[in-house]
Design a protein around this ligand. Sequence first.
Ligand code: GUE
Length: 286
Amino acid sequence: MEKKIILDGIVVAKHVKDQLKDRIEELKGKDVVPCLATILVGDDPSSETYVRMKGNACEKLGILSKRIHMSKDTTTQELLEKIAELNNDPSVHGILLQHPVPGHIDERKAFEAIAIEKDVDGVTSLGYGQTAFGFGEYPSCTPAAILEIMDFYKLSAEGMHAVVVGRSPILGKPVSALLLNRNATVTTCHSYTKNLPQIVKQADIVVAAVGKPNFIKGEWIKEGAIVLDAGYNEGNIGDAEYESCAEKAFAITPVPGGVGPVTISMLLKHTVHAAEKIAEIQGKHK
Ligand SMILES: Nc1nc(=O)c2c([nH]1)NC[C@@H]1CN(c3ccc(C(=O)N[C@@H](CCC(=O)O)C(=O)O)cc3)C=[N+]21
C-alpha cells in the first residue's frame, strides 16, 4: 500500500489563517475591523476552553473578539434579546452561540434568532438549507473543516462511498450534505442504524461524528479508507479509536491536531468573509 497520510490539522489551519492576513489588512484600510461575537451560556469547563480558543485565535489574527458570557440561569428570552442586540450591532460581523447551552434553554430557537448574514457558524435552518442546496456561504465550521482538509490533501470525494456516523444539526447532517454536493454516495448512520460495523466497512470515507470516545473501531474500517474524526470528547479523545483505525486507513486525522484546529480557522475565514460583505455594502453607499 501507499504510504499512510496523517492529515495534519495544524498545517491546514495555518494555511487557512495565512491566507486571511492580507484580507484582514485590506479591510482595515477601509476602516473595517472584522469582529466575531461569541456567546457562552453557563460554565461548562470544556465549552469555556473552546470559546476561549476561538476568541484567542481571532485576536492573534487581528479579528476583534467580543466575548459574551451569560450565567447558567439565563432564560431563552434573555438569550434571544442578547442575540437581537448583536444582530443590530453594525460592528459585529459574525455570531457564534456555543453549543450546548443549558438544558432549560431552547437552543434551536436561539440558533434560529441569529441573522443569516451573521451566521458564520452555520447553525440556522436557513444556513443549513443553503448548504444542502449547494450555495450556502457559511456551512457549519466542523463540516467545512472536513472538506478543507480533504481539499488541502487533494482527497476527492467524487464517486466515493462516504459513511457519516452521526446526524446532529451542525455536524452529521451538514457534512453529509457537503459530501453529497461533492458527488459522494453518502450514508448517514445514527443510533438506530442496524449493522453499523458492516456499513462502515463499506466506506471509502468515514466521518466520525457521534460524540462517543473511541467508538469506531479499526476492525470496522476498510483497508485504504479515509478516516476523518470530528470527535471532541473529554480528554481530547476522538470518536475513532486512533491506533486501530490508523492501521487500516490510507489517511486519518488525529485528535488532537486534526479537525479541531481547522474548525476554528474556518470560523475565522467565515467572519472575515462576513466583514468583507459589509465593507462592500458600505463602500457602495459612500
Ligand atoms: N456553535 C458551536 N460551533 C462549534 O463549532 C462548536 C460548538 N458550538 N460546540 C463545541 C464544538 C467543539 N468544537 C471544537 C473546536 C475546536 C477544537 C480544537 O481545536 N481542539 C484541539 C484541542 C483542544 C485543546 O487543546 O484543548 C484539537 O483538536 O487539536 C475542538 C472542538 C467546536 N464546536
